[in-house]
Design a binder for this molecule. Structure first.
Ligand SMILES: Nc1ncnc2c1ncn2[C@@H]1O[C@H](COP(=O)(O)OP(=O)(O)O)[C@@H](O)[C@H]1O
Ligand SMILES: [Mg+2]
Length: 146
């Protein structure tokens, strides 16, 4: 299969629908009969990325592209951007507001988990313009050996 594309909108601060794009991604990948460990890794990254857009970002888009040898997950938003990407990637770093911490978020493990679960990750951000996280997952024909 080559070049299958699907996108889902993400709305800033919409905690009612938060997580929906990641769920839909998982449903789509399951329908393609991909390896379950691979699907799990993509779903974790999708969920963390989506929650970051809802909590810290602006309105955004989660898009998925499936090619024969890889899956590409792009999560972008038009929010305030990340001031210091290197710092944001560190375990435990979080600028989450108290109201989000009370909801159980803000452990500062989202980006580190995305880095751990994706085969490749690229974070780009511009102050006041937004953030884009691009992740690649390689599809191993003999099964997922990540
Ligand atoms: N899409 C985004 N827009 C703006 N800032 C972000 C975005 N994603 C992550 N960040 C920043 O990076 C920090 C670390 O993110 P993460 O590791 O997911 O931890 P957490 O979401 O628990 O704070 C966030 O607290 C926030 O400051
Ligand atoms: Mg997070």
């Amino acid at each position: 299969m080559s070049g299958l594309k699907k996108s889902f909108h993400i709305k800033k601060k919409d905690f009612i629908r938060a997580g929906e794009a990641a769920i839909q991604t998982k449903v789509l990948l399951k329908s393609l009969n991909l390896d379950s460990a691979l699907i799990r890794r993509v779903a974790i990254c999708g969920y963390e990325g989506e929650m970051n857009v809802v909590m810290h970002g602006g309105d955004g888009l989660l898009s998925l592209r499936v090619d024969t040898d890889r899956l590409t997950l792009n999560i972008s938003d038009n929010g305030p951007g990340i001031e210091n990407i290197e710092l944001a990637m560190q375990k435990g770093f979080s600028t989450a507001l108290d109201e989000y911490r009370e909801m159980g978020f803000g452990a500062g493990m989202g980006l580190p988990n995305m880095e751990k679960n994706a085969d490749q990750i690229e974070v780009e951000s511009e102050r006041g313009k937004g953030t884009r996280v691009r992740m690649v997952f390689f599809i191993n024909k003999e099964g997922d050996r990540h």
